[in-house]
Design a binder for this molecule. Structure first.
Ligand code: CA
Length: 419
């Protein structure tokens, strides 16, 4: 399928948001309450207003009278398809309803973007093979790089929904307990090895029943869409705390997501298979069809007052496990999933050095600082801005995610002092 042309001219140009995309966000203009919308070219179509005016409507009742997408997600896959078809028709070239819809377009540049959904819970996986091998080699040595379970289950841990923030939110360098090899005792200090993790996030749009696992095929149907996700990580805190229960405070400072949820349907033309299995998976985790996507990803680093350097380029297709496999595994115990659950993919690194999705890997634990405009980096320095971008590319259009950006601001001088 090629570009679907819209009467919104900027949606037919070089844009992340052609009519084929229609990603879901929450926005506000000055002095306005946040509301739901979809990005189209340089604009946002105000779904809350379209619904209030009766231009769109659903048998389930109002879906956009709240400033988050959870109610629309809960309405289910048939409504998701109906919504896409309806809005696509309204914005398509030659639409007879252009005159009614056009007053409800808002310039994207004037809108503030908010978290697009209420994050119910946040789980982070570790399902990128190259990343797991790289980090395992640095933390435990090459012979123990990949844990024995890694080729059989997508390893994950339960993160904190409270730490998820939208793109553009400043991230303060955390304090934490660290212990360097040359010291006998730990110290409490600002993290000196603060880092990013380039990930995709899967947004769960349908709940599962407590006590019953779902299949991989069922899991895919539960996923509403995908976002870019930067899982900020304090490597020095992580190295000291992570055994035996996994990361805890190292990953709890913030996780930034892009403001637009790209619906699964928009990614349909870009499906790819996970890599060949080194060890066959047990049947309950095997994929019935390709469930990954060809999404080009990159990371930019911009120092304060400086120019951006793209420090990594990779692809979501590098994952060893897809999001439906991760979601299915998550429910094997009978764990219930909720509308608004967020699943981080795990860091996405390619084999090449410049395709690594964290500074830890790019600088090989700080031993090989890499060049950026105006200097070098091993880990993030204060006032650096990190930006993730991603797009699935067809011949004459792309499905973009917008930016997932965050600036790292200096640690508090005394984290226990209150003004
Ligand atoms: Ca992570």
């Amino acid at each position: 399928m090629g570009l679907i042309r819209s009467w919104v001219a900027s949606a037919n140009d070089d844009t992340d948001f052609p009519l084929n995309n229609l990603p879901c966000g929450v926005f506000s203009l000055q002095n306005q309450e946040p509301r739901c919308g979809m990005a189209i070219g340089d604009f946002i179509v105000d779904l809350t207003a379209l619904e209030e005016d009766g231009i769109i409507g659903f048998a389930e009742g109002p879906l956009f009278d709240v400033p988050f997408w959870n109610e629309a997600m809960e309405a289910g896959p048939a409504v998701w398809a109906e919504l896409r078809a309806t809005v696509s028709g309204l914005l398509a070239e030659g639409s007879s309803q252009r005159a009614q819809v056009e007053p409800h377009l808002v310039p994207r540049a004037k809108a503030a973007l908010h978290l697009p959904f209420l994050v119910a819970e946040y789980t982070d996986f570790y399902a990128g093979r190259n990343h797991a091998v790289n980090v395992g080699t640095m933390f435990r040595g090459a012979e123990n790089a990949l844990p024995p379970n890694w080729l059989h289950i997508p390893i994950g841990y339960n993160g904190r929904a409270s730490s998820v923030v939208v793109s553009g939110t400043d991230v303060r360098r955390p304090w934490g307990q660290v212990k360097s090899p040359e010291h006998d005792l730990p110290a409490f200090q600002p993290s000196r090895r603060f880092d990013i993790e380039l990930e995709m996030g899967a947004v769960v749009g349908q709940a599962s029943d407590h006590g019953y696992p779902v299949t991989v095929a069922e899991a895919e149907e539960m996923i509403f869409g995908y976002v870019l996700l930067n899982d900020w990580s304090a490597r020095d805190i992580q190295a000291w705390e992570y055994q035996p229960l996994g990361p805890f405070q190292a990953k709890a400072t913030a996780t930034t997501i892009s403001p637009w949820i790209v619906m699964r349907a928009a990614l349909e033309p870009f499906r790819v298979s996970t890599p060949a299995r080194e060890k066959p998976l047990l049947p309950h985790l095997a994929e019935p069809k390709p469930m990954l996507y060809n999404i080009e990803l990159e990371v930019g680093l911009t120092p304060a007052g400086g120019a951006e350097t793209v420090i990594a380029r990779t692809n979501y297709a590098e994952m060893y496990y897809s999001a439906p496999q991760q979601l299915a595994h998550h429910t094997t115990s009978g764990c219930a999933m909720n509308v608004g659950d967020l699943l981080g993919s795990g860091t996405i690194s390619g084999l090449a050095k410049d395709s690594r999705g964290s500074l830890l890997e790019l600088s090989w634990g700080g031993k090989e600082p890499f060049a950026v405009a105006g200097g070098t980096r091993s880990f993030i320095e204060d006032n650096d801005t990190l930006v993730l971008r991603g797009a699935a590319r067809a011949e004459d259009y792309r499905i973009g995610f917008g930016e997932c950006a965050g600036k790292v601001i200096p640690a508090l001088a005394d984290p226990y002092k209150r003004n």
